[in-house]
Design a protein around this ligand. Structure first.
Ligand SMILES: NC(=O)c1ccc[n+]([C@@H]2O[C@H](COP(=O)([O-])OP(=O)(O)OC[C@H]3O[C@@H](n4cnc5c(N)ncnc54)[C@H](O)[C@@H]3O)[C@@H](O)[C@H]2O)c1
Length: 310
């Protein structure tokens, strides 16, 4: 089996590459930048390029069975500033890539969507895949649009796919200086001895999934062989919610010291609660998360301690 991971040098990508190698896949990575925190793996074929370069993408999809699509140019909190860029660089370039996958007879595309944004303000908790999808940020809309194109390409061209609506992943290889990823950003601040800043009162609830568990779901998505009318869209989360205040209490136990927390006004694009119902993935992919929050935080903290943070 040969897998291409587009965006394979990022947080989820580097962990996914390890998971695919463990499963015996040959792996090609396509990314515009090298990995931030580690050296290239000699077992991996690296191709430098941009999803927006259609010639490069046409070449890189040749000869692969599975394409994992992780490259994304926007973030939930900033995507509303330039929705046109979000559409052009994500939807347009992804649809172009799907045409090239179809022409190259790729077996399946596994797309990393967003369980945290496609539903918008949830009507039910936990959220099921068939619940209403009304994103309150452009990023959620472009993720949904790509999901719909995957469905269309499957119908029109037989290109198989799985959509993984991942909640809030955290763990090793996540950038502590990024604009998203509360767990690792907070732990990075703690490592530097800085306070933690929280938007709002800390009662916003999220579904935090350890990266190793999310990767297991993605690897299983490649093996999954659904019939024509079976589900191809899955929530991938822990299936359990923690408020930011609860998260910080758990971190206090892991780092073993008091935490200085500063509260600032909330952001409009933060939905009050987002917890995913993962029963479909459990039943159909044969997957379930195994790493509890405290264990995941401990692993992330141990990894962060090995980094030289400026
Ligand atoms: N991290 C999260 O909280 C989270 C949650 C749900 C879904 N996702 C989705 O998972 C995917 C991966 O996220 P991540 O956290 O690993 O992000 P990341 O920023 O760590 O990694 C993304 C990688 O894609 C590459 N990339 C971006 N645009 C590219 C382009 N046009 N051409 C080639 N390479 C490009 C980047 O260089 C980077 O290495 C994204 O699609 C993201 O929307 C992330």
């Amino acid at each position: 089996m040969k897998s291409l991971v587009i965006g394979g040098n990022g947080f989820i990508g580097t962990n996914l590459v390890d998971g695919l190698l463990r499963k015996g896949h040959a792996v090609r990575v396509f990314d515009r930048y090298p990995s931030r925190f580690r050296e290239p793996n000699p077992a991996v074929e690296y191709v430098v390029g941009d999803l927006g370069n259609h010639g490069e993408v046409a070449d890189v999809v040749q000869g692969v069975d599975f394409v994992f699509h992780l490259a994304y140019t926007s973030l939930p909190h900033t995507s509303n500033e330039d929705p046109v860029y979000d559409i052009r660089s994500n939807v347009v370039d992804t649809v172009q890539m799907l045409q090239q996958c179809s022409a190259a007879a790729v077996r399946k595309v596994i797309f990393i969507s967003s369980g945290g944004t496609v539903y918008g303000i949830p009507q039910n908790t936990p959220i099921k895949e068939d619940d209403a999808t009304d994103p309150i940020c452009s990023y959620g809309i472009t993720k949904l649009a790509i999901e719909k194109y995957l469905h269309l390409f499957h119908r029109l061209h037989g290109l198989d796919y799985v959509v993984a609506r991942i909640s809030n992943p955290y763990g090793e290889q996540q950038n502590p200086d990024a604009k998203q990823g509360a767990v690792t950003v907070f732990l990075g601040n703690l490592k530097r001895g800085n306070p933690i800043t929280i938007w709002g009162d800390g009662e916003v609830v999220r579904d935090y999934i350890y990266i190793g568990d999310a990767v297991q779901a993605l690897v299983k998505s490649a093996d999954y062989q659904p019939g024509p009318d079976q589900h191809r869209v899955f929530n991938i989360g822990a299936g359990r919610g923690y408020s930011l205040n609860q998260l910080i209490a758990a971190m206090r136990g892991v780092v073993g010291k008091d935490i200085d927390v500063r509260y600032t006004p909330g952001r409009v694009e933060d939905v009050p609660s987002n917890v995913l119902d993962i029963s479909r993935a459990t039943a159909e992919l044969g997957w379930k998360p195994e790493v509890e929050l405290e264990e995941g935080l401990t692993r992330t903290w141990e990894w962060l301690k090995t980094l030289q943070l400026a």
